[in-house]
Design a protein around this ligand. Structure first.
Ligand code: IPM
Ligand code: MG
Length: 376
């Protein structure tokens, strides 16, 4: 399938104009995205590229202006961009007026809809234990010794979150249902992505399902095994989702690439990021068949600290690095960002979420500035 923006790409090493859609979003979104843009501008200056940003509305920010969380205009304009950088979507469900709206008009519905409209079926969520942040990891040292580094590959446009659902009343009793459907094509394309990525890593794929109960999981397992046959160098292991949830805290080192369907990936990726102890550090990418992607931090909109200048912008900055790598093939530039982040941590600077004794507490803006200063 030819995707909408596939033909725009330059050759590796060229000077590029990066046409980036920017969804600042809700909560801490605007603050953290501003810092990522600062870093991208600095990279552009150092490497001779130009960045052209196009601000797009999604989620609560879109509801406030248009009454709905995603407009056709946002989708169409996103498609003209080479990639989209996003902050976060959503607010406090107890206090925000957005949650007085019916479920299909709430901020999260906009996020699901844009993933579908842009065909962003492959969600990559790295979970890495940073050497300098080991202290923040909630697991015992004997478990984390030597660190861990896994990539969760979550299917993002199928399954339970996109199946038919309804709430009906039968004889005065309310009944709700959600359906979980996958076809072979959907499973095959995400499995291929997982194996391709494993080839560049430690060559192991753990495919997670609930094949002892669910038909969709049995099909998942069958198709994944077929794909695996084309990757003889990659070890395939099947694991039931309940066991995987346990293994993630028992022995996270065993994982390289975790391949799984939408809801299991949603849950397991939160767990995996938590065991790193630094969710404010974790980036993510949601990719289509070609080079287009939406890049966002793994953490949420944190409305409780929004506007205070204390949020950790590193996950968003690392998401921008992923964007340079996956959508623009600018590996050197992406490495420069990753190295600058590592250096800031080594120099002892921390935002509140990753603070520990003897380190220097700084705010969102300073963190962005300090990373820019360390870019080479
Ligand atoms: C995520 C989020 C979303 C999801 C919500 C906000 C719809 O939890 O990106 O993991 O479940 O996909
Ligand atoms: Mg989630």
């Amino acid at each position: 399938m030819i995707e909408f923006n596939q033909l725009k790409y330059f050759r590796k090493g060229d000077i590029m104009n990066l046409h980036i859609g920017v969804i600042k979003g809700d909560g801490i979104g605007p603050e953290i995205v501003t810092e990522a843009m600062k870093v991208l501008d600095k990279i552009a200056e150092l490497y001779g590229h130009t960045c052209e940003y196009e601000e797009l509305l999604l989620g609560g920010a879109s509801i406030d202006v248009h009454g709905i969380p995603l407009t056709d205009e946002t989708v169409e304009r996103a498609k003209t961009c080479d990639a989209v950088l996003m902050g976060s979507i959503g607010g406090d469900a107890k206090t925000s007026p957005w949650y007085q709206l019916e479920p299909s008009k709430r901020p999260e519905a906009g996020l699901l809809a844009i993933r579908k409209s842009l065909n962003l079926f492959a969600n990559l969520r790295p979970a890495v234990l940073y050497e300098d942040l080991k202290g923040a990891c909630p697991l015992k040292e004997e478990i984390t010794e030597g660190g861990f580094d896994m990539m969760i590959m979550r299917e993002l446009t199928g399954g339970l979150y996109f199946g038919e659902r309804n709430t009906v009343e039968k004889d005065g009793v309310l009944t709700a249902y959600d359906s979980l459907t996958y076809n072979e094509t959907e499973i095959r394309r995400i499995a291929k992505r997982a194996f391709d990525i494993a080839m560049k890593r430690r060559k192991k794929v753990t495919s997670v399902d609930k094949a002892n109960v669910l038909d969709s999981s049995r099909l998942w397992r069958k198709v994944v095994a077929e794909v695996a046959a084309d990757y003889p160098e990659v070890e395939l292991e099947n694991m039931l989702v309940d066991n995987c949830a346990m293994q993630l805290v028992k022995n996270p080192k065993q994982f390289d690439v975790i391949l799984t369907e939408n809801m299991f990936g949603d849950i397991l990726s939160d767990e995996a990021s938590m065991v790193t102890g630094s969710i404010g550090m974790l980036a993510s990418a949601s990719l289509n068949e070609s080079k287009f992607g939406l890049y966002e931090p793994s953490g949420g909109s944190a409305p409780d600290i929004a506007g205070k200048g204390v949020a950790n912008p590193i996950a968003t900055i690392l998401s921008a690095a992923m964007m340079l790598k996956f959508s623009f093939d600018l590996d050197k530039e992406a490495d420069a960002i990753e190295n600058a982040v590592a250096q800031v941590l080594k120099d002892g600077y921390r935002t509140g979420d990753i603070m520990s004794d003897g380190k220097t507490l700084i705010g969102t803006e300073e963190m962005g500035d300090f990373i820019c200063e360390r870019l080479k």
